[in-house]
Design a binder for this molecule. Structure first.
Ligand code: ATP
Length: 322
């Protein structure tokens, strides 16, 4: 009987539990023994394994976070750390490791495979949606909806007065969350790391918008933008818009939390199962993804280190409709 181990690693994202469930049950479907590792690579190095049965993953599909706990491990970044991790897997007769996480997790898995000849399969889970090889990553849709709902509430109060709202959303170096929440919440200006924007550009756009209709205006800013974030931008513009009350909101970690949306649960369920199937079909060092609603395998090493393109048509559309 072949044996699979699975873990969640890096920043947690809503939907990871649905992926764990699909891996445990998908493994049983293919006749594999599946064991879980708690606390990501840290737990792997320390031998923090746990047996999981079909019923152990009941009632977790709707829960945010990860029942396996996630962790960051400096030791796993070293050759010696990965040697310890490989020894733990080999001691338990594990044939394949399915890792659920983001680019750092995949970098680590790639090295583990190369150095110790252990089969690895990646399941893309990060709210940032910055991995190549899947249109969306697990947790992205939930983060989008959380950010949008928060912005809706901010909008309600903004409409009562003439205010300029600067809302910063997560996404690390990528603007996916900012672009789509900006569009979904009708933001007048969306500031993205993929486009060089200066405070002068924002000032000019605001002046143009406010000249047409003097009303509350929403600017959504991606945390990774080079202009320096919502606080810096609002401070730089304060003296230019004295008639307006300025409000700054940094949404932060609420975007990682909450129950996964239906879309994330379905995505995670598909990808978890497909990861097991990929190993069953003889693949290793690949990430499972969904592109245009079809399952695709991408070599793990090609999923990170390059910039995933945002949808430039959507950027243009947001500008037309503001
Ligand atoms: P997220 O995108 O949500 O932050 P992530 O998987 O990118 O998720 P990281 O903290 O970057 O999160 O990586 C998770 C773990 O993967 C790290 O704690 C480390 O153990 C391992 N890792 C990251 N980068 C490397 C690397 N270059 N070499 C070996 N291991 C790595």
């Amino acid at each position: 009987m072949k044996k699979i181990a699975t873990l969640t690693s890096g920043g947690d994202s809503p939907g990871m539990n649905a992926a764990v469930r699909a891996i445990i049950r998908g493994g049983a479907h293919y006749g594999f023994e599946v064991i879980a590792v708690r606390h990501g690579y840290k737990g792997l190095i320390n031998g923090d394994f746990t047996d999981v049965e079909h019923t152990d993953v009941s009632g977790i599909i709707q829960r945010g976070g990860t029942v396996l706990k996630s962790a960051r491990s400096e030791e796993f970044r070293t050759k010696e750390g990965r040697e310890k991790a490989a020894a733990q897997l080999k001691d338990r007769g594990v044939d394949a490791l399915i890792v659920i996480g983001g680019d750092g997790t995949f970098r680590g898995a790639t090295l583990l495979s190369q150095e110790h000849n252990i089969a690895t399969i990646g399941v893309p889970a990060t709210i940032d949606n910055d991995l190549i090889g899947s249109d969306e990553t697990i947790g992205y849709d939930t983060a989008l909806n959380t950010a949008m709902e928060a912005i809706d509430k901010i909008r309600d109060t903004a409409d009562a007065h003439e205010r300029l709202f600067f809302v910063e959303v997560m996404g690390r170096d990528a603007g996916f969350i900012a672009l789509e929440t900006g569009i979904a919440s009708g933001a007048e200006i969306i500031v993205l790391p993929e486009y060089l924007t200066s405070t002068d550009d924002i000032r000019e756009s605001l002046n143009r918008i406010l000249k047409v209709h003097k009303r509350s205006t929403l600017v959504v800013i991606a945390e990774g933008d080079q202009t320096g974030g919502a606080i810096n931008i609002s401070q730089a513009l304060q003296s230019d818009f004295e008639d307006y009350e300025m409000r700054v909101a940094i949404l932060g970690y609420i975007q990682r939390g909450g129950n996964p949306t239906a879309r994330d649960r379905v995505l995670a369920t598909r990808l978890g199962f497909e990861a097991v199937k990929a190993f069953h079909d003889g693949h290793s060092q690949v990430m499972v993804g969904i592109i245009n609603n079809e399952v695709k395998l991408t070599p793990l090493k090609d999923t990170f280190g390059k910039i995933k393109e945002i949808n430039h048509d959507l950027v243009a559309l947001a500008k037309i409709l503001r």
